[in-house]
Structures are given as structure tokens and as C-alpha cells.
Write a protein that binds this ligand. Structure first.
Ligand SMILES: [Fe+2]
Length: 281
């Protein structure tokens, strides 16, 4: 998940009043600790181990155990196969160093820590290096099914399994490459397509509609809601002109025919976008 909010090391500890952890000093201190480790990483290049607490592992377990049967029924094959390949535990939160070691053998994709939200260009351009900037803190334990922002559950349960798929990773790589060539207007168009596919996309499989997007796969509420809103066939032109609101559940979703179909349609769109929104003309 991404927004236009730039990273600020000064506001790490300020949570919106609506945030479930806004009045929990211990939670805020813990987020600061994890955020500072991400900042230190950029200074030292040393990937931090978070050493999650029992309370944090418990929040993870609660969500994973509820999501498991829903995933079995509704998640797409790329996702389910990726979960198997990585053997992500439902009992404890994995460290990035361990996930990266496993991903290195499969696709060479890697997760790097970031302390908070980053602007779309800087987030998406990292795909050129088979890298995703990911938060490491976890949502507040009082509301395990809800998070107003991406957290470790969204990143690892939602996104990471698909990073085991070479074709998907190649798609992300190409996405990042095109981002690096575009003006801000082009980035905005691509950001919307990213949202409606990688974050909130559905996919056809053997005549059935399955869940493909990380924003859906990492959320109990979204997995159910996804089948209660209108579904439209994926069309890059429609998606790039459909704004999104990350503070609410999505009012409609788009269905891709297959990963190959997404890649094919997007290659034509990438060329079109580069042509229209190229930087440094
Ligand atoms: Fe995301």
C-alpha cells in the first residue's frame, strides 16, 4: 500500500487519533524502536532482526489462523503455491533476513525495511531491483482484524508469497523500469493500475474468480468484501483513470484473465505511457 505521504522521521510516533494504538504508549514506543532500526539500516546496510514479542506473535497467529481457511477457498494458485514454497508459519512472524534468504534461492526478490509510508515513485521504482520496501511493525493487538496502514501482516501475508513466482517478479521489474522513465503524471496512472491489480486484483482460474491482490489477501474483511462488490474485466485504460481511496474498502474490483494476460495488456500500456509521459524529453 502506498500514499503520497513522504517519510518523515519526526512523525513516526504520531498516530492518527483513530488509530487503535494512538493512546498506547508502549505500542508507540515499540513502533519507534522498529522504525529506528529501519532508519539505521539505510545508514549501515545491516538488515535488522526485529525479535518480535509474544504479544506480536499472538496478533499474527490470530489473523493467520482465521485467514487460512479463507485462503484455501479463495486465494489464487500463485499465492497458495508461494505460501507452500516459503512455508510461512502461522505461529510466528518471520524475520526479513530469513525470508530474503529463501527468496534469494527462488527469484532473488528481497524485502528491505522502511519506517513508514513512502511516495509512489520511490516505492514502485524499487521493483527494478527486485526489491520491495516493507514495514515491519504489526497492527495494535486490541483490533487484530483492522489496520489503517500497511503492517507486517499486509506485507508478508499479503505480498510475499507472489514474490516466489518468476513471471510475477519480472512483471514488477518491468513496472519499476517504466516508473523510472515517467513524469509524475505517468506515475499517477501506473500507481492506479498497481492498486487495482497487485493490491486489489482478482484473477480467473478454471472458470472461477480467485483473489490475486495483496490488499485483499492480507485482510479478513477484504477477502469477504471482495465477493460482495461489482467485478469488472481488467482494462488498463479504465484502471489508470479510476482513482482509489485506501481509507475505505474498494467499491468495485477488476478481474485479470491470467498473469500472462496482465503482462500482455500491460506491455502495450507501458509503451503507450512511456510515449505520453516520458521524462526528460
Ligand atoms: Fe501493499
Amino acid at each position: 500500500m502506498i500514499t503520497q505521504t513522504p517519510i518523515s522521521t519526526e512523525n513516526i510516533s504520531i498516530l492518527d487519533l483513530e488509530h487503535p494504538g494512538a493512546n498506547d504508549a508502549a505500542y508507540i514506543a515499540r513502533r519507534n524502536e522498529i522504525a529506528k532500526a529501519a532508519i539505521r539500516f539505510r545508514q549501515t546496510g545491516k538488515l535488522p532482526r526485529v525479535n518480535y514479542t509474544d504479544l506480536e506473535h499472538k496478533t499474527w497467529q490470530q489473523i493467520c489462523q482465521k485467514l487460512a481457511p479463507i485462503h484455501k477457498e479463495k486465494a489464487c494458485k500463485i499465492y497458495l503455491e508461494g505460501r507452500k514454497k516459503l512455508d510461512i508459519s502461522e505461529d510466528y512472524i518471520p524475520e526479513f533476513t530469513d525470508l530474503n534468504a529463501h527468496l534469494a534461492e527462488l527469484t532473488g526478490f528481497r524485502l528491505l525495511p522502511i519506517e513508514g509510508l513512502v511516495d509512489s515513485r520511490n516505492f514502485l521504482v524499487n521493483f527494478t531491483e527486485r526489491t520491495m520496501l516493507c514495514t515491519q511493525y504489526i497492527r495494535h493487538h486490541s483490533k487484530p482484524e483492522y489496520t489503517p496502514e500497511p503492517d507486517i501482516i499486509h506485507e508478508v501475508i499479503g505480498h510475499v508469497p507472489a514474490f516466489t513466482d518468476e513471471a510475477f517478479v519480472q512483471f514488477l521489474e518491468r513496472f519499476g523500469e517504466v516508473i523510472s522513465l515517467c513524469t509524475d503524471e505517468g506515475v499517477e496512472k501506473l500507481d492506479r493500475i498497481y492498486w487495482w491489480t497487485v493490491e486489489y486484483g482478482l484473477i480467473k482460474e478454471d472458470g472461477e474468480t480467485k483473489v490475486f491482490g495483496a490488499g485483499l489477501l492480507g485482510s479478513i474483511g477484504e477477502m469477504t468484501h471482495a465477493f460482495e462488490v461489482p467485478h469488472h474485466p481488467f482494462d488498463p485504460q479504465v484502471c489508470m483513470n479510476t482513482p482509489f481511496d485506501y481509507t475505505h474498502m474498494q467499491p468495485q474490483l477488476f478481474v485479470i484473465e491470467s498473469l500472462e494476460d496482465l503482462q500482455e495488456k500491460m506491455e502495450a500500456t507501458f509503451l503507450d505511457i512511456i510515449n505520453k509521459y516520458k521524462r526528460f524529453k
